[in-house]
Design a protein around this ligand. Structure first.
Ligand code: DAH
Length: 340
């Protein structure tokens, strides 16, 4: 290197800076790196020339060469980063011809689907869909339903109370009363909706669940009508060959009362794990409206008769879809929900 080592080094650095500034691809940067820093590059030649200089010039030349090396290395690195960034940016350029990205779309919850399906079946039988409040008066949940003050279902253990007279409804039977209070017979309604009971959560229970209530009142309505309506309902819901049976039971608001079973949809009545090998599964409760209920709402119990029933929506959905755990409906896990 000539005596003006520092000056020469600066010239080389300037030239390299200009060339690297113009480099627009990784290949071009690599070319520059080889030209300046490569084994046979500019810098190698400079280092090789130092021993041939007069001894007094060598330290300065060495210093200048080392400084140049640092500068060139930094410049090449910087240029490399710059072109890489630019190439990355190019990949993300807006392309208006690409199809749009579809946002994930939700769909109707399996319980809401079940309510819809149940409602459709009853609509086809001439029932309309009614609703009632979830926070209720004692009158609608108990009193008018002929449930006496000392009845165990009125206990704190079985009902969520808001005040002495107000509670979270523990059954949709409340809507029977609200409907009859608001209109004269004939009545043909179902009332799907949320109910609440202080139950401990397990695979079959939760403190919130859904029921669908049914009520039909007119002159001459018989237990035969009740059997026909629930049989048609079960057939539409599950399968043509489903059987329905009525076991004697007791509810304060119906007389006589029955528990309604249908043949297990999983094994069609031959017995399996779902039905505990009995062939039958409970659908809900039903019966002929108790005259005391008619009295509470001001209907003429001599002239009118009626039937009522109540079924659990979760239970119906579990039977229909083969779901084994009640809690899945309420956990919001899309891996579960997506299947319906
Ligand atoms: N409300 C009852 C329950 O929650 C179910 C029920 C039984 C409703 C008989 C009715 C009925 O309308 O007639 O267990």
């Amino acid at each position: 290197m000539a005596p003006e080592a520092a000056e020469q080094a600066e010239q080389i650095a300037n030239e390299a800076r200009a060339l690297l500034f113009r480099a627009s691809s990784a290949d071009q940067v690599e070319e520059m790196r080889v030209r300046y820093l490569g084994r046979k590059g500019v810098l190698s030649r400079i280092f090789a020339s130092i021993p041939r200089l007069p001894p007094e010039q060598r330290p300065a030349a060495g210093q200048a060469a080392n400084r140049l090396k640092r500068q060139l290395t930094a410049m090449v690195q910087e240029a490399g980063r710059r072109v890489k960034q630019r190439e990355g940016a190019r990949l993300f350029t807006f392309d208006p011809t690409l199809p749009g990205r579809r946002p994930p779309m939700g769909h109707v919850h399996p319980l809401a689907q079940t309510i819809e399906e149940v409602s459709d079946i009853f609509r086809s039988l001439g029932f309309t869909v009614a609703e009632g409040p979830e926070v209720e008066l004692d009158w609608y949940n108990f009193e008018a339903l002929n449930i006496p003050p000392e009845h165990p279902s009125r206990d704190d253990f079985d009902t969520f109370y808001v005040t002495d007279r107000m509670l979270l409804r523990s059954q949709t039977s409340t809507v029977q009363i609200r409907t009859m209070e608001s209109q004269p017979p004939p009545v043909r309604v179902i009332a799907p909706g949320r109910c609440f009971r202080p139950d401990t959560e397990d695979a079959r229970h939760g403190s919130m669940f859904h029921q669908v209530e049914g009520l039909m009142v007119d002159e001459g309505v018989s237990f035969g009508d009740l059997k026909a309506v629930l049989h048609i309902f079960a057939r539409e819901l599950f399968a043509d060959d489903v059987q329905v049976r009525f076991r004697p039971s007791f509810f304060p608001f119906t007389e006589p009362s029955a528990e309604v079973d249908c043949t297990c949809p999983a094994c069609r009545g031959s017995g399996c794990r779902t039905c505990s090998y009995s062939g039958w599964l409970e659908l809900g409760g039903a019966g002929m409206v108790d005259p005391n209920v008619f009295k509470a709402v001001g209907y003429d119990a001599e002239r009118y008769t009626g039937f009522a029933f109540g079924m659990g929506i979760e239970r119906i959905a579990m039977l229909k879809y083969g779901i084994e755990d009640f809690r899945l409906f309420y956990q919001g896990d899309v891996r579960f929900l997506r299947q319906f």
